[in-house]
Design a protein around this ligand. Structure first.
Ligand code: KG4
Ligand code: ZN
Length: 337
């Protein structure tokens, strides 16, 4: 039996999880509320909060998993990409904790971990994709279409040239005066709005790549013009604005995903990352899959946003291959994958 402790500290959530092979025994997440009043993550405050949270979070994860430290086989941690100061807290904690227990440490790429979350097994069951599959990874920092041939063999076949899909949600929400993070706020409002109320232009980008910065600018200019005529325009049209911006983001995401399926002939399709919690995206993906004959894999909501169970499962696959890291490993801020 293999027990992996996963540690995630790449952005503003401190998380620790224990898995037994692929089974989740605990997955504890401490969210940092301190950032919401700043309208975004403040790196300095994030590192400090990780420092305060990491030991209690690991302690609860072990207790909830009902295991002793000395039963652990290895510790997997997020090496990157992310905020360096935040990553350093998880990396340093992992090194000293594992050294004291004399067990291996395993570095994990955060984006690969989002994808491998599909192999986690809990009370809600598991519906893992078969290799090879395509994964649309949509988070706050990244938007990619990845061809996944095995847990260790992944190719990015499309990615954003500027903003990520999560940023498109968060920045649009900020323009509307909604709290951070804006994605879930837009999702909530969109449920009661008309997605056809307002039309925003889709970008023309080559191949399987994405772009979201133009959309943000056109949303900003559109609202600036309307606010000149009516100070209460946003307040009066909140739900319709949210539904319309969400609908175009989803259309942009789906257009390239359909193209990727057509180009590769792979109809095994998954979605991962924080934005995959979006109810509109999940519904549209399901409808498209039904129509096009894809086998669709939607992650459980708890495994969409940042969590350490996904780090633990990515570590588990590396553990099986005995791919361990050395004590002089350092975090990386930008994706190496
Ligand atoms: O994967 P994640 O937790 O962190 C990163 O690795 O970036 O993704 C966070 C992103 C944020 O932009 C957040 O607004 C977005 O995921 N998000 C959502 C929803 N829940 C989280 N976007 C749209 N609808 C949601 N329900
Ligand atoms: Zn993430």
């Amino acid at each position: 039996m293999t027990y992996i402790l996963g540690i995630e500290s790449s952005c503003d959530d401190t998380s620790a999880a224990v898995i037994k092979n692929t089974r989740v025994l605990s997955n504890i997440i401490a969210n940092q509320v301190v950032h919401s009043s700043y309208g975004g993550v403040v790196p300095e405050l994030a590192s400090r909060a990780h420092q305060q949270n990491i030991i209690p979070v690991v302690d609860v994860a072990l207790k909830e998993a009902n295991i002793q430290k000395n039963q652990l086989s290895a510790v997997a941690f997020t090496r990157g990409p992310g905020l360096l100061g935040s990553l350093l807290v998880g990396t340093s904690f992992t090194k000293s904790f594992a050294m004291a227990l004399d067990i291996p440490i395993i570095e994990v790429d955060h984006l690969k971990a989002h994808i491998l979350a599909h192999f986690l097994n809990d009370d809600d069951g598991v519906n893992s994709p078969k290799f090879p599959f395509l994964c649309l990874t949509v988070s706050g920092g990244h938007t990619q279409i990845v061809k996944v041939s095995s847990p260790s063999d992944m190719d990015i076949i499309g990615s954003t040239i500027d903003d990520a899909a999560g940023e498109a949600f968060d920045k649009s929400a900020k323009i509307m005066g909604l709290p951070y993070p804006g994605g879930p706020e837009i999702d909530k409002l969109a449920k009661i709005g008309n997605p056809k109320a307002f039309k925003f232009p889709k970008p023309r980008i080559d191949e399987l790549n994405y772009s979201f910065s133009g959309l943000k600018t056109s949303f900003l200019y559109f609202l600036r013009d309307r606010l000149k005529e009516d100070d209460d325009f946003i307040e009066k049209n909140k739900a319709d604005l949210a539904a319309s911006i969400q609908s175009v983001i989803i259309e942009i995401l789906l257009d390239k995903l359909k193209k990727a399926v057509a180009q590769t002939g792979i109809t095994e399709v998954a979605v991962a990352g924080g934005v995959s919690a979006n109810s509109g995206l999940r519904n549209t993906l399901q409808q498209t899959a039904d129509k096009e004959g894809w086998r669709l894999h939607l992650p459980g909501i708890k495994f969409t946003t940042d969590n350490a169970a996904m780090i633990a499962i990515a570590g588990y696959f590396k553990y099986l291959d005995k791919e361990f890291s050395s004590q002089d490993v350092t975090p990386y801020a930008r994706s190496k994958f």
